[in-house]
Design a protein around this ligand. Structure first.
Ligand SMILES: NC(=O)c1ccc[n+]([C@@H]2O[C@H](COP(=O)([O-])OP(=O)(O)OC[C@H]3O[C@@H](n4cnc5c(N)ncnc54)[C@H](O)[C@@H]3O)[C@@H](O)[C@H]2O)c1
Length: 255
């Protein structure tokens, strides 16, 4: 599937990996709709990139079915005949807000409320956006001779694959686990499902990690740059044989 002159929706597009994905997609000639709870940062990005190519329909919490549905419809209306062909699901949180007690080494175990907060946003919120976008993708005319109609790219984490962090890691294991079942259910419509499981990347989310700072990767001995994530997204969009798999993007690091 090609990137240029197609419309993609990026959740979590206001910051970090999602933000760079928005920039890279626009640089490659795509149109992008941002779904994010952070209005200020999203609007700043729209201004930076040009509202002709990027649209932010207002603050959206990915856990709200109504807000997500409304935002997708508004993005569709804004870009009219440009076909919506894919989604990159980058929204997520690492830690629960500090007012929800129970997390960390000073407490016994992640509390149920903390677990629920993270799983609600990371896993259920991701699926909420996927489900609503898929309803649109399945109505697309075939985009190529394979009958491809769209691609869904989710973002897990190596914590989800290597068994680290009860709340965050479990939510990310759920996202990884969704990849193949989703590919199987969407295959008859010509829609692919791929998942990226990053190791540590230099983004604002790492500032919420407190004393749980990730070590450098095996090689290269550093954290990833968001451009390296966005390059992988572009590759997944354009390579039709990539389907139903989880790609570790971690420089060999095991957590
Ligand atoms: N940066 C890393 O080291 C790393 C590693 C592995 C996985 N990830 C995953 O990559 C994704 C992007 O992370 P990032 O590093 O860019 O973080 P980030 O904090 O820079 O960006 C996350 C974005 O999600 C948005 N968001 C949070 N809650 C939301 C909600 N309820 N509704 C809508 N939007 C919401 C935020 O406003 C923000 O724009 C996340 O899913 C994260 O778990 C990041």
């Amino acid at each position: 599937m090609k990137v240029e002159n197609n419309l993609f929706i990026v959740s979590g597009g206001a910051s970090g990996l999602g933000r760079q994905t928005v920039c890279s997609l626009v640089n490659k000639g795509a149109y992008v709709g941002i779904i994010d709870i952070n209005a200020e940062a999203s609007l700043a990005l729209v201004e930076q990139l040009d509202e002709k190519y990027v649209h932010f329909p207002g603050s959206v919490d990915v856990t709200s079915e109504e807000q997500v549905e409304q935002a997708i419809q508004e993005i569709k209306i804004k870009f009219q005949i440009i076909p919506l062909v894919g989604a990159v699901l980058c929204s997520g949180v690492l830690m629960p807000p500090s007012h929800i007690e129970g997390y960390g080494p000073k407490s016994q175990l992640t509390s149920y409320q903390q677990f629920k907060h993270i799983v609600d946003i990371n896993l259920l919120g991701t699926y909420n956006v996927i489900q609503k976008i898929s309803n649109i993708l399945i109505q697309n005319q075939p985009l190529n001779e394979d009958g491809e109609r769209g691609v869904i790219i989710t973002v897990s984490s190596i914590t989800g694959l290597d068994g680290s962090l009860v709340g965050y890691g479990t939510s990310k294991a759920g996202i990884a686990g969704l990849t193949l079942p989703l590919a199987r259910e969407l295959a008859i419509f010509g829609i692919r499902s791929m998942c990226i499981a990053p190791g540590p990347f230099e983004t604002p989310i790492s500032t919420t990690a407190g004393d749980m700072k990730a070590p450098p990767c095996l090689f290269p001995s550093r954290h990833g740059h968001p451009t390296e994530f966005a390059d992988t997204v572009i590759h997944l969009i354009t390579s039709s044989m990539l389907n139903g798999s989880i790609i570790r993007l971690d420089g060999g690091l095991r957590i």
